[in-house]
Ligand binder design. Sequence first.
Ligand SMILES: NC(=O)c1ccc[n+]([C@@H]2O[C@H](COP(=O)([O-])OP(=O)(O)OC[C@H]3O[C@@H](n4cnc5c(N)ncnc54)[C@H](O)[C@@H]3O)[C@@H](O)[C@H]2O)c1
Length: 354
Amino acid sequence: MQTVTLTPDLYQPTPPEKCDYKIGVLGCGGIVRGAHLPAYRNFGYHVVAACDLVEDNVKDAQARFAIPAITTHVEELLANEAIQIIDLAVHANQRLPLVERICETRPRNLLGILSQKPFAMKWGDAEKMVELCERAGLVLMVNQQARWAPAHRALKVLIEQGVLGHVYCVTHFHRSFQDVPGSWFVALENFNLIDHGIHYIDLLRHYTGLNPLRVKATATMVPGQAAVSPMCHTLLCEFDPQKHVMGLSHFNNIVQTSALHQYEWYIDGTEGSACASRNEVIISLKSYPQHKQVFQIQGSWFPDAFGGSMGELMRALNENRQPMTSGRDNLNSIRIAYAAVESVETGKAVDLSG
Ligand SMILES: NC(=O)c1ccc[n+]([C@@H]2O[C@H](COP(=O)([O-])OP(=O)(O)OC[C@H]3O[C@@H](n4cnc5c(N)ncnc54)[C@H](O)[C@@H]3O)[C@@H](O)[C@H]2O)c1
């Protein structure tokens, strides 16, 4: 009987050998204090400075993570010549002016920027940021850290090992609740598709290894919801027919009963199928179809994956190459998200083959 090996060393994110880059954090909101900084501490990364317009936020980051220098002035952060990586974690619609400023100032030792997702809310902003960084000679990576979440990474390892054969269907099935009155998510237009949903769109690309040629999405508002845009959608990706693969993401982020929340990925291949939740991966192979191998996954998306994505940027710098989720690569992911919004609005499939 064929069995599959899936040990933690194959899927857990680890720091690169050279990881002493000096990090300056720009924006110290919820995700930075809740995930970036805890991961960087666990991975042994060096945060030398932090900036936030809100003094309480940057002071809290300093107090909890012993950051040597803090400021509420962006210019002061950019004048810090020690900084080699800027961890840019403001909201998407606040990013372009900051990237412009970073590229104009071009701090002397700066090598790269890790931008939180979603990279941009407008296509023109995204293209401009990629071009500005390329012109300034800065490596730009988008923090699609879901790719480094242990369970997600385990699925990618199985695909890379070839144990599932030809992958013909990638399915994401997610039931959750973020319709929280007063939160920034409910005020952001198309939050579910463009902001949170970009993780699953990016993973569909990661698992299929392809960009779709056509996208169709449908979504619904829910009576009484707080969010300005639909929090429940289904997205279908059609690829080159010669590649024999399809992708689907169903994301219902307004399920009122937490007892029926769920998070799953299915990867179906000609030789077997795999299913992942956040902390378990199940594999069944065609050669022994009634048998399942169940793996409890070590580690978690929050915060481990954030050490993985920053580690990828450092590895890219060490190896003088572009990171896996570079700004230019990410144009392909946000293009799908924008097409999905257009499809919801028009009721038509959107062609991305051009
Ligand atoms: N898993 C994930 O990758 C994940 C999870 C949550 C949020 N995010 C993303 O991270 C980003 C931030 O989300 P958040 O929840 O931390 O939001 P937040 O509102 O808690 O934090 C944003 C911070 O940026 C600061 N800021 C805004 N403009 C600034 C400027 N010009 N200079 C310095 N600081 C400035 C604000 O004061 C605030 O502290 C969003 O793009 C969001 O989508 C990603």
